[in-house]
Design a protein around this ligand. Structure first.
Ligand code: N2P
Length: 374
């Protein structure tokens, strides 16, 4: 009991002392514990990113990871997640979540590295986050296909260069079934990819197109090894999968892990020629974040050219800070899968925010699909 009273007294005193200062940011900071709760995608930082931040700022990071947007969305919409910084994809998620009112506006005065962000990416983002109010860009990535070159060649006699046939054609996938095919566990990634492969508008929200896509998926269900959004990295690298739909940098990591293991597995990462989604992942602060000031300090750190260059070098994802390129490895900078030409990027699409009815239908169709026995 005494301890609590002492603690309460100290907190009040600290607040009173802080109120005497004239630096507003410092006032707020002094009221916050030196703690930060971050919820990010898995495999999305460099090994020393957090340790360096903690050393520089004295702020201790509690770090949790998710591997799909539905996981983040479930936590955020429930409220009271306790997270200070999260990494939602711009479309359709952040766009919808802004409308749901779950983020707080960023205080740009606290983000000294903001001017270093790519103006082109900010402009794209402003379509979904008007005035770039709630978010800053983190990484940009295509959804791609990872291919085990040896195993696919053995079974097909050739390695198709980036066609959705490898994932969605019933005959092709039947031939690859024994060596393992996987899809991402998010209908927002899968349905548009199927529609593009069918030659339809991948951004369609017509229920008839959804049904057509689900029928196409039905025909390959028995040929899938699993549906998951991160296991494919190691499984591709170890030779336990031969084709995986995956996020750009994750496929690069699979390729690199195989190379490091020198296990005879060669992974090719490609964008389907039928077109693919390019996703901008962002950083944002939930409205009820317990440490919003620390959150700004962290976001600012993550936009520093040296910090984000190291992350790009580790993860194989293209970042949004042009000045970081000086420190990005040549092999990564010149890889068109990671840094595509403007022309190739223009061929990509982004998945628009969904109408509620359509979203419900899509979620329902997807969960039925996943639980169906093969
Ligand atoms: C990181 C996946 C992030 C990319 N593992 C998804 N947009």
């Amino acid at each position: 009991m005494r301890n609590w009273i002492t603690l309460g007294f100290l907190v009040v005193m600290a607040g009173a002392l802080a109120a005497c200062g004239d630096d507003k940011a410092a006032d707020k900071a002094s009221n916050e514990d030196k703690v930060l709760n971050v919820y990010n995608w898995s495999d999305y930082i460099a090994p020393d990113t957090l340790a360096t931040f903690e050393k520089e700022t004295g702020i201790k990071v509690r770090y949790d990871v998710y591997d799909s947007m539905p996981m983040l969305e479930a936590k955020l919409l429930a409220g009271g997640s306790g997270y200070d910084v999260v990494f939602p994809s711009l479309t359709p998620f952040l766009a919808q979540q802004i409308k749901a009112g779950i983020y707080q506006p960023l205080d740009k005065a606290k983000l000294s590295n903001y001017p270093g962000l790519s103006p082109a990416i900010l402009k794209t983002m402003s379509k979904n986050d008007p005035g770039n109010t709630y978010s800053v860009p983190y990484m940009v990535a295509p959804t791609g296909i990872g291919i085990n070159v040896g195993k696919v060649k053995e079974r097909l006699g050739t390695v198709p260069q980036g066609s959705g046939d490898l994932l969605f054609d019933p005959e092709v996938t039947a031939k690859l079934k024994d060596c393992g095919i996987s899809l991402l566990d998010d209908p927002v990634d899968v349905i548009p990819a199927v529609l593009a492969w069918l030659g339809k508008d991948p951004t369609s929200q017509d229920p008839a197109d959804l049904q057509t896509a689900m029928e196409a998926l039905q025909k390959i269900r028995q040929n899938l090894k699993y549906i998951h959004s991160s296991s494919y990295i190691n499984d591709l690298a170890n030779g336990d999968l031969c084709v995986a739909q995956g996020y750009g940098g994750d496929l690069i990591q699979a390729r690199d892990r195989a190379k490091e293991a020198a296990n005879g597995v060669e992974i090719l990462a490609l964008v389907p020629k039928e077109g693919t989604a390019f996703v901008i992942d962002t950083m944002a602060i939930p409205k009820d974040a317990p440490h919003p000031n620390n959150a700004h300090v962290f976001i600012n750190y993550m936009m520093r050219p040296d910090v984000v260059a190291a992350i790009t070098n580790t993860t194989g994802y293209a970042n949004a800070v042009p000045a970081s390129l000086e420190k990005v490895d040549e092999a990564i900078k010149s890889d068109p899968f990671i840094y595509p030409s403007d022309e190739d990027r223009a061929k990509g699409f982004s998945v628009p925010p969904a109408e509620k009815d359509y979203e419900r239908e899509r979620t329902r169709a997807w969960s039925t699909y996943k639980t169906e026995t093969k």
